[in-house]
Design a protein around this ligand. Structure first.
Ligand SMILES: [Zn+2]
Ligand SMILES: [Zn+2]
Length: 552
């Protein structure tokens, strides 16, 4: 630390993720030589991001300023707020602050990477206050689809900022702990410089229904099911696990959690007292598979149509442990993340084809959102009465809509900043202005590789996926550079070779002619170009073309 601590007297709000997209939430608050990070989320890839496991924020800015990062607060245990924690902590060892359940879920992640021992994790509770550098952070409880979520009141020398995290105003939440209205009103009494609020459902009119509406929907499903019930949700939707367990008790079925993340998260949440599941209710998958189908419920992940998830594998008959049986009831207790709709519906169709009865959000209320709808957004704005407003968590359309809602409740347009990742916003002397742009793009995680996959590789994967490749191997005389054998042509994903003898013959002929009249030095690149245009002229497709030379 040096004496430039309060240099500038400027509060900088630096969105690193979650603004202009749904997922990978990460916000940095900077005052002088101090940075406080809120959330470290991941985002699931879109359909056209081939082979990508997930995406994390570009936190280059934090690494460049590593000596002034004072801490990381994680607001709740969902993947889009926690999923990048080990990527950040591998490079930046700073204290982490989280409520007990969130901390437990973070520990599960950090333990897998072997990072846990090296890090400083601090447990905080809603209602408490923590001093982190010049930031006094007050945690207030919010309802969401996971217990133990918090929003933040951050008092800075430039003023008080409220960061809601994900929230809704559920009067009858599963854990009977509503959002802390009183605290929000109290903040308002002190005067709030800026509100940063969740925009995920900004295009949904009215109020988000209470989590309670799921219980009767589950009851109906359980009553009607003659065979096994398989419920898919996110491994971090702890409230949903509780509701499934409660329904299992009511309908005398045993419950088995399937998949590592589901099993580990359930164990952690039970240990910490956030899941109330009697021991005798639980069975292992192995036990469940031996039981009478009408006596069991299985709960797994895989609601987003991910091919490698349990639900994805069940839909294609490639799950190792068990298959879908005719008479199974499959419940998708979730909402497709924008961009995943197509693969979700494909999975549903495949499950039907395998004989399952599939129940999903569109046919029964087996899922409700954990995010505030428009009327709740108005309530938040009216409770907090901020001077300035910055919508967070959402695609640009959600942020714009949230801004329009803020205007409806009387916040002037010039006091609202709709910004996307990487666009810094600054507050100084009670005024807001936009600062510089910093990197705020995607970092792809692909297997063990982080950030190694750039746009070039993505483009190549698209070409390979769309039109395949053609490989031509030439065996040439070392001295004369004459072809010694017929060119060998191998194709994959381009054309079915036995149906395309004519094309392959023509290609071979073309190669022989070209080789004879081309200078040796540029043979490969020239021939690749010529082949590309030749194949395009014949097929109107653009496969990748490789030419290899062996000299004899
Ligand atoms: Zn969430
Ligand atoms: Zn979220």
């Amino acid at each position: 630390m040096n004496n430039k601590k309060n240099q500038g007297g400027k509060l900088r709000i630096i969105p690193l993720g979650g603004l202009g997209e749904v997922g990978k939430n990460m916000m940095a608050y900077q005052y002088g030589e101090n940075i406080l990070v809120v959330d470290t989320g991941l985002m699931f890839p879109e359909n056209d991001m081939l082979g990508i496991d997930y995406i994390i924020p570009d936190f280059q800015y934090l690494l460049e300023n590593r000596q002034i990062v004072r801490g990381v607060i994680v607001t709740h245990g969902h993947e889009d707020h926690t999923g990048a924690i080990h990527h950040l902590m591998e490079q930046l060892n700073v204290p982490i602050y989280a409520t007990p359940l969130t901390r437990g879920l973070l520990e599960v992640k950090l333990a897998r990477g072997g990072l846990l021992e090296k890090l400083q994790l601090n447990t905080i509770q809603a209602g408490e206050e923590v001093q982190i550098g010049p930031f006094t952070v007050e945690f207030f409880h919010v309802c969401h689809s996971i217990p133990d979520g918090v929003g933040l009141g951050i008092t800075t020398p430039a003023g008080l900022v409220i960061h809601t995290g994900d929230y809704k105003f559920d009067h009858t939440p599963v854990d009977n702990w509503p959002t802390d209205y009183a605290k929000l009103a109290e903040f308002s009494g002190r005067g709030v410089l800026a509100l940063l609020a969740d925009s995920t459902n900004a295009d949904k009119p009215g109020w988000t229904p209470s989590e309670r509406v799921i219980d009767p929907a589950f009851d109906q499903v359980f009553r009607a099911a003659k065979g096994r019930i398989i419920i898919a949700s996110f491994a971090s939707l702890v409230s949903r696990m509780q509701q499934v367990a409660n329904a299992a008790v009511r309908h005398q079925r045993k419950l088995a959690f399937v998949g590592t993340s589901m099993v580990e998260n359930a164990r952690m949440a039970r240990k910490l007292g956030y899941l109330d599941i009697p021991e005798e209710l639980l069975v292992t998958v192995e036990q469940a598979l031996k039981m009478n189908p009408k006596d069991v419920v299985l709960m797994s992940t895989g609601t987003q149509g991910e091919p490698s998830s349990i639900m994805g594998r069940l839909s294609t008959g490639t799950n190792r442990q068990f298959d879908i049986l005719p008479g199974d009831t499959v419940v998708l207790s979730s909402h497709p993340i924008p961009g995943n709709e197509e693969s979700v519906y494909r999975t549903i169709n495949r499950l039907f084809r395998r004989g399952a009865k599939v129940i999903y959000e569109a046919i029964a209320p087996v899922h409700v959102s954990g995010h505030a709808s428009q009327e709740e957004m108005k309530l938040m704005l009216n409770l907090v009465r901020p001077k300035f407003f910055i919508p967070i968590h959402g695609e640009l359309r959600h942020l714009k809509q949230h801004a329009a809602i803020a205007q409806q409740v009387g916040i002037p347009e010039e006091r609202i900043a709709v910004v996307e990742n990487g666009q810094v916003v600054e507050f100084e002397n009670g005024q807001m202005h936009t600062g510089e742009r910093i990197p705020g793009g995607y970092v792809f995680v692909d297997g063990a590789g982080v950030g190694e996959i750039g746009p070039d590789v993505m483009r190549e994967r698209e070409i390979l996926a769309r039109d395949g490749f053609v490989l031509v191997n030439l065996t040439m005389d070392r001295n004369t550079c004459r072809l010694l054998e017929e060119p060998e042509i191998i194709t994959r994903g381009f054309i079915h070779a036995t149906d395309a003898e004519d094309l392959l013959d023509a290609t071979r002929k073309m190669v022989v002619q070209t080789v004879d009249c081309t200078s040796n030095g540029r043979l490969q690149t020239d021939l690749e170009q010529t082949l590309k245009s030749f194949l395009y002229s014949k097929t109107k497709r653009r496969p990748m073309v490789f030419v290899t030379l062996s000299k004899a």
